[in-house]
Design a protein around this ligand. Sequence first.
Ligand SMILES: *Cc1c(COP(=O)(O)O)cnc(C)c1O
Length: 560
Amino acid sequence: MRTERVNTHHRHYSEILDALKICFPSPVSNPVMDGYFVHTLSCFLDRVDGLKSASPILGSTLDGDYSAQRALPMPERMSSIEQITAMLADYCRGMVVWAHPNAQANVIPPPTIASITAFIASAIYNPNIIWDEYSARFAEAEIEAVAMLADLVGYERESAGGVFTFGGTGTILYGLKLALEKISGGRAMHEGIRKPYKILASGVSHYSRVNAAGWLGLGTENLVTVPTTLQNEMSLTHLESELRRRFEAGEEVAAIIATLGTTDAFGIDDLAAIADIRDALAEEYRLPYRPHLHADAVIGWPWSVFKDYDFELNPLGFHARTLRSLQDSVERIGLLHRADSIGLDFHKTGYVPYVSSAVLVKNRDDLALLSRDPAQMPYLYQFGHYHPGLFTLECSRSGAGALAALANLRLLGKEGYRVILGHSVEMSERLRELLEELDFVHILNGGNFGPVTLFRLYPPGTAAAAAYRRELTDPAYADILERHNRFNREIFDRMHAKAVKGEGVLLSWTDAYRDAGRGNGRIAAIKSFIMSPWTDRRTIDRVVDQVWRAWEVCGPGFSA
Ligand SMILES: *Cc1c(COP(=O)(O)O)cnc(C)c1O
């Protein structure tokens, strides 16, 4: 009885402290404790392994009812590392295994072992790359990764700069903030934004521009949407007329966002042409400033590795369709240096864990527009030689993203990225080839080149291509468009339910591939985004087969 009381209620804190120390990696060399650490990771991996199956989902899927979770109090007592390890493994239930050959869900990559190790290194030693005093060589990793990326996109490394930040949204925020400081002569930071500066971007650019404009205090009503072509790229004629209209009205355009690799369809804006139009009109209207050109290349940037691929010799042996696709992509993505700033995500097509994003600027000096006075940060920067914290938005800024990016840049090199991206494109071109043979399927982004394919199925007796054309052009067709959306959703749901059970390939869904225009509503689509190096031709055959089967089951109920 007495022992029990001592054990549970009246232990001196120093006893508990001893147990608590075991919860930390040993601060001094201690192979036994290191062994315990590795054992813990290994137990975790082993438990998660038990959740793997033919399904691309770990364990069972979840019911999404969070009421019990919302009622949880904080526990009174400590748990053991073993209990928490088991708990952590359990929290992986329901996760998609992004590398699974049966996963073609979205632009979410399986991270490499090297980039995961970089995150572990960062988790153990906890670098804050606010300045080199707190991050030592992690700061160097950021400088090196930025240098490699600047070289890759064709910036002059002597004058270019950049930092890692909190996601693609952060890169857009930086791009727009720079634009606002440039156009206001550096006054926006102190005086606030005093004019309704305009930001132009295409209708299929990412919604993070809306966040950035709202959070920067510019106001979302100052975002101007430039219409897109059917290839999901900014219409240049509309861009020009929109710019002219603004300049003639005396409005000031702070920035143009070009998207190189749109989220849904891999549309690629013609950055060089946009830069030319910007320059020519700035001359013509004798603007005292030049609208800042930000390239949102968070998805498309790694295609730059094909800039110096020998497409004639084709040493990697890609098929003709793949070569054409890669060549067409790099024709535009290869000109990223025309932008004043660029956003690049490693946690998308860079095969690094969340969050790892870099924003590059052509002129490092631009970043000075974001600096605060060191006097406002008295407890920082007394030592060291690298002080990005003088201008970064973040104060605490993890070194994980930069080190993991560097790890993959070195691990994969141009060759590795060419192979993994080339393979993804090769597989998606194969998928397109097979889908094109089915007369009830229409590929929506047929003119885009990348690892993503969006397609729509039509009920028996409906000619796919003609129906799609009417959906885009015929106002009398709005109801039928909606019916077709439902038809596709039913087929998607059916395939999804099977894929989750391990009986098919997991695809995804978009409610709005694009606006049909003329108030016809939005075109929904089934989406295949290929990222896994384990996706092979058999998997592609499987997708086509499951599309066929689901269509056969759902078709009759929807016949005209
Ligand atoms: C994903 C995405 C973003 C936003 O990036 P996050 O890392 O999710 O914040 C911005 N632009 C494009 C084109 C994207 O696909």
